[in-house]
Design a protein around this ligand. Structure first.
Ligand code: CDP
Ligand code: MG
Length: 831
């Protein structure tokens, strides 16, 4: 099933998509793990409840009592057999030798930077050392340690690990909290949470009162939330002289952070890794010849496909032109730029990966294999391939495990445990295994050399999420994963020239993503003017990106002229979503179109479920058109396709339905999960009631005109004016002028549109600027739902804040806008 899931249109309008998808999807699963100590708390309930509540509500005597209790408990649990065997594992970790020095340094310095080889025990040990020390010294009652993780999957797995090292159930002294879910209790003294959760805590508690120690993990990744958090913390430290801050990083660039915090001391934890040999593609092809040969026909067939689907915006693409690696490896040769370009994601890579796995299994010694891929699609495809094709002969001999943020957390132990005797463990992972999750028994690493990365072009206001080449630092990290228990081998599925041309470090996320969501957070935290706040960043973003973000927020009505949050803005702050998508959901629920809004928002936040098979393009286009009917809307097409899929699923025809209609079952499934999460988020902020369900907010869900209007609300200011030019229609946007409709759109080639405007979800720049998915909308939809509306000075018309249009609207409509609905009021659309 080749077509499915090999989506070539991964351009995104939202930033941080991958992480968010991970975040949203693992929730349902983790909920199933509920135990007695579990509480699924809503954000509202959980926000004020740091452990301060105990500290404040109890008397001095009570506190003393509690401290003694905690100490006795710690002592007795440590004596349990399970904890004792864990203890000997702990003592072997490099972090253990640094224990005393670390605790001294924490006591003596407000800020401490720790660098240490991945796997040396930073995340699981250092917060635990503090916890043990505080409890032992009868300071347990007053101690509240928070350790942030960039991803929810690591917050959960680390908390579970530390809990079991202490011989406890998760949620006793060690707990976790991630969006919409937590496992903690009044006893909890060490909390692992996502960086996002901490940022939301800061809204309620700007001084982090009650928190005694804060550890910020994985700062070397330079994620946007972490970069943002440390600006806030640097300002906060003088107000909280008793707060201890520990920044933890892999052995990358620790000096940078130390400098940022006024030359804070750096402590390095030396780690030991075995040497890891590295092979580049050239070597691998030579070694695995037999495999590639048999794949040859297949490869040639695909290469044409790949050429067409070539990677855009690839900074390294240019070097291919000059590179001539035209050596012949068996029947496989790399001669042209195209075949190198073809190296993005799918079949070619996977057959190489398969070949390499097979080679290792046949010719190399024991040891687990860790494969780095770019995303869920590849992982599940390879999983199917290995299982289905019986690629490796007897499949009983292999334990193939996926490792991705959206995975159920229940199977986690398998990832860390050794495979049963006579079985080879093969872990298929995203870059999550690069530094946040360590699998000890890995001896072979297979590295595709890419990771999904957002990039933002401030000039053209274009944001993309595409697999792109990793940095040398990441490649080094990945290689290092093979040397934990014995000397290892790293198979790099790219030529050495590519490695040489890789950047030293990855660009920090704050410099390569749209900033609107971050700007909203800055506003909700009342951190002052956005631009001057962000100028304090470790590496300040381009002022143009900041300006774009603020302009956009004003245009969609989240900020007013003075850059203050509007009512809409305040609601948007509480949704961890791209503001445009958030707005679509809010308006969708208010205007009783929630069901379609959820589906379309899920597709926008994740990806379009339609696949683009290059060889059967016409058929695929026809299918999409039939879903769209006469709506002139790609979004309606995907909505109808989703609904039809649900129907097909009910009658057990899912597979054939997807195949016949050129839809990716994986994407549809993902969207379905995200719809649930979005609904939970809306109920979390009080916009909908969970018990009433989606149906209660869907009175106009079948009214496509209403749906288009809601789409307009979410996609504004992505508006195109359709102008007749003789027999043809020309398309204009306000910011970049003339654009074209992408050939894959149902609106491509439409002679005359029934309505004067289109809204679109993304534009891409190739030969010219194309808009991909678009929907034809009326001027009234634009008038009522586009941007933020206010009566013009004369009182006779409506001025769109974006200045896109100037209407003279009937008085009645002006009045209608002035009393824009309080939430849950239903307004009958005026037609
Ligand atoms: O944070 P750092 O990379 O320095 O190391 P860590 O995550 O604290 O891991 C230390 C050790 O604990 C490694 O050998 C991991 O394999 C092991 N570990 C585990 O077995 N299970 C977990 N859930 C987490 C860590
Ligand atoms: Mg770690």
């Amino acid at each position: 099933d080749e077509r499915h899931g090999s989506s070539q249109n991964e351009i995104k309008m939202s930033n941080e998509t991958e992480r968010r998808v991970e975040n949203l999807l693992s929730r349902a699963q983790s909920n199933n793990n509920a135990s007695a100590s579990t509480s699924t708390v809503s954000m509202r309930q959980s926000l004020p409840s740091t452990s301060t509540s105990i500290a404040e509500s109890t008397t001095y005597v009570d506190k003393q009592k509690l401290s003694f209790q905690l100490r006795d408990m710690q002592r007795s649990k440590k004596m349990m057999p399970s904890a004792r065997s864990m203890q000997s594992f702990r003592e072997k970790l490099p972090a253990f030798k640094a224990r005393e020095e670390f605790l001294k340094a924490v006591a003596a310095n407000q800020v401490l930077v720790i660098s240490g080889e991945t796997g040396c025990g930073k995340t699981t040990q250092l917060p635990q050392f503090i916890l043990e020390e505080e409890i032992d010294n009868l300071r347990g009652a007053d101690c509240s340690i928070i350790c942030t993780q960039p991803r929810r999957i690591s917050a959960i797995s680390v908390a579970a690990r530390v809990g079991s090292e202490r011989g406890e159930e998760l949620g006793e002294t060690v707990g976790y909290q991630i969006r919409l879910e937590s496992k903690r209790s009044t006893q909890t003294r060490l909390l692992f949470c996502t960086t996002g959760v901490l940022l939301r805590k800061l809204v309620q508690e700007p001084d982090l009162v009650g928190v005694s120690h804060l550890l910020v993990d994985e700062i070397h990744e330079r994620g946007m939330s972490e970069d943002f958090l440390i600006i806030i913390l640097r300002d906060l430290l003088p107000r909280r002289p008793d707060l201890r801050l520990v920044l933890m990083s892999a052995t990358i660039n620790a000096e940078l952070f130390s400098k940022y915090f006024g030359d804070a001391p750096i402590m390095h934890i030396p780690g030991f890794t075995f040497p890891v040999a590295e092979l580049f593609l050239e070597d691998i092809l030579e070694k695995t010849q037999y495999k590639i040969k048999s794949e040859r026909d297949n490869f040639q067939g695909n290469s044409r496909k790949k050429r067409l689907a070539s990677v855009k915006n690839d900074p390294l693409a240019d070097i291919f032109e000059d590179v001539d690696i035209s050596k012949e490896y068996g029947n496989y040769s790399i001669t042209t730029r195209q075949s190198l370009e073809a190296w993005s994601v799918t079949e070619l890579d996977l057959s190489l990966v398969e070949g390499t796995i097979e080679y290792i299994c046949r010719h190399e010694g024991e040891g687990a294999i860790l494969v780095f891929l770019t995303g869920w699609d590849e992982i599940s495809k390879l999983l199917d391939k290995i299982k289905g094709n019986n690629l490796l002969g007897n499949s009983n001999k292999f334990l193939v495990l996926p490792l991705h943020g959206s995975m159920p957390t229940v199977n986690q132990r398998e990832i860390f445990d050794r495979a049963p005797a006579n079985m080879r463990k093969i872990v298929l992972a995203t870059n999550i295994a690069e530094s946040s999750i360590t699998i000890d028994d890995v001896v072979y690493v297979i590295d595709c050399g890419k990771a999904k990365e957002t990039s933002y072009d401030a000039l053209n206001k274009l944001a993309c999420l595409l697999p792109s080449w990793i940095s040398k630092a990441s490649a080094h990290q990945r290689r290092g994963r093979a040397g934990r228990v014995q000397p290892g081998v790293c198979y790099r599925l790219y030529p050495e020239v590519i490695h040489a041309a890789m950047p030293q470090f990855q660009l920090p996320e704050i410099l390569r993503t749209p900033l609107q969501e971050l700007c909203l957070t800055i506003k909700s935290l009342q951190l002052g003017a956005v631009a001057s706040f962000l100028a304090k960043s470790l590496q300040p973003p381009d002022p143009l990106s900041v300006k774009n973000a603020i302009e956009l927020l004003k245009t969609i009505g989240a900020l007013d002229d003075l850059e203050e949050l509007t009512y809409l803005g305040r609601h948007l702050c509480t949704l961890p979503l791209d503001p445009n998508i958030g707005k679509m959901l809010l308006i969708g629920s208010v205007f009783q179109c929630l069901d379609p809004a959820l589906t379309i928002a899920a597709a926008l936040a994740y990806r379009n479920p339609f696949v683009l098979p290059i060889d059967r393009k016409e058929e695929a286009d026809a299918v999409k058109r039939s879903f769209a009917g006469d709506s002139c809307s790609d979004h309606i097409a995907l909505l109808k396709a989703f609904e039809a899929w649900k129907e097909a699923k009910r009658s057990g025809r899912e597979r054939s339905f997807c195949w016949e209609n050129f839809l990716s079952p994986m994407t549809l499934k993902m969207m379905d999960g995200m719809r649930n999460q979005f609904f939970d988020l809306l109920s979390d902020i009080g916009f909908v009631s969970k018990t009433r369900g989606v149906k209660a907010y869907n009175h106009y869900g079948k009214d496509l005109e209403m749906v288009s209007a809601v789409l307009c609300a979410g996609l504004y200011p992505n508006v195109i004016q359709c102008k007749r030019r003789g027999k043809r229609t020309a398309f204009y946007t306000k910011d970049v002028g003339k654009v074209d409709i992408h050939p894959s759109s149902v609106n491509a080639g439409v002679q005359q549109f029934p309505l004067p405007y289109l809204v679109y979800s993304e534009k891409v720049k190739t030969a010219s600027i194309y808009v991909r998915d678009s929907t034809n909308i009326s001027d009234y939809a634009l008038l009522l739902f586009g941007g933020s509306l206010r009566p013009s000075n004369t009182g006779e018309g409506i001025e769109m804040l974006g200045g896109y249009l100037h209407f003279s609207a009937p008085k009645r409509i002006i009045e209608l806008i002035q009393v824009l609905p309080p939430r849950s009021t239903v307004i009958t659309p005026t037609k």
